[in-house]
Design a protein around this ligand. Structure first.
Ligand SMILES: Nc1ncnc2c1ncn2[C@@H]1O[C@H](COP(=O)(O)OP(=O)(O)OP(=O)(O)O)[C@@H](O)[C@H]1O
Ligand SMILES: [Mg+2]
Length: 380
């Protein structure tokens, strides 16, 4: 660690030298022989602590002290006056001009060293506090910005349903005309392609509208979890990375319909699937495996990826609100996030007496497991 800095101010050379002898091995030291030199040195040397004589040519110790304290940057500098003027009124004058403590002259070397150490410890603690404070302020500013952006995205989401709905009518027209064209030109390949593309579009619009509609219902409805998983995968296909780079393997076996709020499941499980895809952004093999089925009295959904994995120390934190390793926005297609997916997802699943757990190997991949008790579902 870098040595802390002390500025020694005294017009007597022998005292300056004596102090350097006592402190020189533990601290980085600079000296000044009068008040003006002290003020100049403080600006360039930026000491942590100043040992300040009172009687000097030019501005005396009190004046130097006041001058130093008038600079906002010097708030955290420790100033110890070293003087034979130790009468009460002289000491009070020193405190008034901003000194932290006094050491009488002639001083005992051990006491000087001990006092300097005490004030340096205080300085270190204050610096750390200041640093933490700055870091905290920065964090708050970032999070505030993220929340505002998340709110904006939610607004876009609300409009999306309307926009998609409005696409239905022109699409109907395209499909109708394509059908007419097909009747007139039954062998034209391009018309067949056109009709296929339009049908695909209709299906996508249907899925989006269906999901939006179901998500807007705040009531308990019977949910086919496997269908919900298929819809979430379908919606994710809007992302070219997911569509073209991720190999998705589903092994969905029948599970009882689950009574709940649709949004709770689409969001929590949708986020797990999205996270799995995100984790493989920089991986060579990109295999997403989604299984569902019954295990005893529980519905179990497992989402595994061959992505970056999560280190053991991070495993504790990923369910914390706002914990994310993704940027909020990105110039390229890399995954972005707010760090709220797992926190809110876990809360939603737990409100049904269920649980989300994770196993992961760094560099190999992760497996998230959602368990939902079938019997307790009516207890909500
Ligand atoms: N399958 C996974 N593989 C590796 N890391 C993961 C996986 N799932 C989650 N994580 C880690 O946990 C963090 C938190 O995930 P969470 O879903 O809560 O937030 P996010 O995906 O970053 O943002 P969002 O709020 O958009 O979901 C992620 O940033 C990532 O570091
Ligand atoms: Mg997420």
């Amino acid at each position: 660690m870098e040595k802390k800095k002390i500025l020694v101010v005294d017009d007597s050379r022998s005292i300056r030298e004596a102090i350097c002898q006592i402190l020189g091995s533990d601290y980085q030291i600079e000296t000044a022989a009068d008040g003006d030199a002290a003020i100049a040195a403080a600006k360039t040397f930026r000491p942590d602590l100043v040992l300040l004589d009172i009687n000097m040519p030019g501005p005396d110790g009190y004046a130097v002290c006041q001058e130093l304290r008038s600079e906002p940057l010097s708030d955290f500098i420790k100033i110890l006056m070293v003087s034979n003027r130790t009468k009460l009124d002289e000491r009070l004058k020193g405190y008034q001009s901003g000194a932290d403590d006094f050491i009488g002259k002639p001083f005992v070397p051990e006491e000087l060293l001990a006092k300097v150490r005490v004030f340096m410890r205080l300085k270190t603690a204050e610096d750390e506090l200041q640093r933490l404070n700055e870091a905290l302020n920065e964090q708050v500013a970032i999070r505030t910005r993220q929340l505002l952006d998340a709110e904006k995205m939610a607004a876009v989401g609300r409009y999306a349903a309307g926009i998609v709905h409005n696409l239905s009518n022109p699409l109907q027209a395209i499909m109708g005309i394509a059908q007419l064209l097909a009747i007139r030109n039954p062998d034209e390949k391009n018309i067949m392609r056109l009709r296929k593309a339009a049908a695909q579009m209709k299906k996508i619009i249907g899925t989006i509208l269906n999901t939006c509609h179901r998500e807007s219902i705040e009531a308990l409805v019977p949910i086919d979890l496997n269908e919900m998983i298929r819809d979430q995968i379908e919606l994710l296909r809007a992302d070219p990375f997911f569509k073209h780079q991720v190999q998705t393997i589903t092994e969905l076996t029948p599970v009882p319909t689950y009574k709940g709020i649709y949004l709770h499941f689409s969001q929590s499980i949708g986020n797990l699937i999205k996270n799995a895809s995100d984790a493989m952004y920089e991986s060579e093999t990109r295999i997403l495996n989604i299984k569902s089925g019954m295990e005893g009295e529980e519905i179990v959904i497992r989402i595994s990826d061959s992505g970056c994995g999560i280190s053991e120390e991070r495993l504790d934190r990923i369910f914390n609100p706002f914990y994310t390793t993704k940027p909020l926005t990105a110039e390229d297609a890399r995954p972005t996030g707010t760090g709220l997916g797992l926190a809110s997802g876990r809360e939603m699943i737990e409100s049904y007496g269920g649980a989300i757990t994770v196993e992961s190997t760094l560099g190999k991949g992760s497996r998230f497991t959602v368990r939902l008790p079938v019997k307790k579902e009516t207890a909500r």
